[in-house]
Design a protein around this ligand. Sequence first.
Ligand SMILES: [Zn+2]
Ligand SMILES: [Zn+2]
Length: 260
Amino acid sequence: MASRVLARLAAWASACGLTEVRCAACGRPCDPAAVAAPGGGSLSPHSPVLCPACAVALAPRRGGVCPRCGAPQALPTLPDTPCGRCLAEPPPWQGFRMHGLYEGALRQLVLRVKFSEDHAAARLLGGLLATACADLPRPDGVVPVPLHPERLRRRGCNQCLELARLPAAALGAPLQPGWLERITPTRPQTGLSRQERRRNLRGAFTAHPDVRGKRILLVDDICTTGTTLSRAVECLLRAGAAAVDCAVAARTPAHPDRRP
Ligand SMILES: [Zn+2]
Ligand SMILES: [Zn+2]
């Protein structure tokens, strides 16, 4: 009797779409037998799932990029060889982790997190970033790249803070959004050359004295030239941080200075 009731309930839930499995990236219903966990991990009952097409489109980028800054390498190189720019001017951070290049499905996902306050997209992208950071040393604090208070008021939330939650939880480290502040309302970096970006961000950040002696993981959503990360890391190191690792969800595929 009870099993018949349960079977009817299951049929009713299915007819109402209550048991439908939807892809966390494209939102389309998908076959529960064909779904994959983001980042290629194992499926768990409460984690988001991806349809086969999105699992391929959002697979982590492996190889073919500079291990120090994530820039795509034009020619095949040895796995640990930095790009020419990082050799000439080594970045101030220690470890660098990214999920993938800022294009296709990953670009769409990053934009959803940035402009739509889409918490499901932030959880998905944060989970991908947590997987990318899994082999980093445990930091004393995870710091999102901050927005200036004016921009934060306009936008409603800092997407980097949302992205930093899952990497912090996975690494067992506290989120420390107060360790770095943006004190100058800089104009957006889009369309600026590398020199202009550096000038635009001069004196943009200030670090809390608590960073002294700490190992920090700095989280950003998009890395274009690395200027924002460099300025933020330099500020943390000047305030006495012991070391800073960086994690970015996406790296732009072409360097703006090298675009035709
Ligand atoms: Zn999908
Ligand atoms: Zn590089």
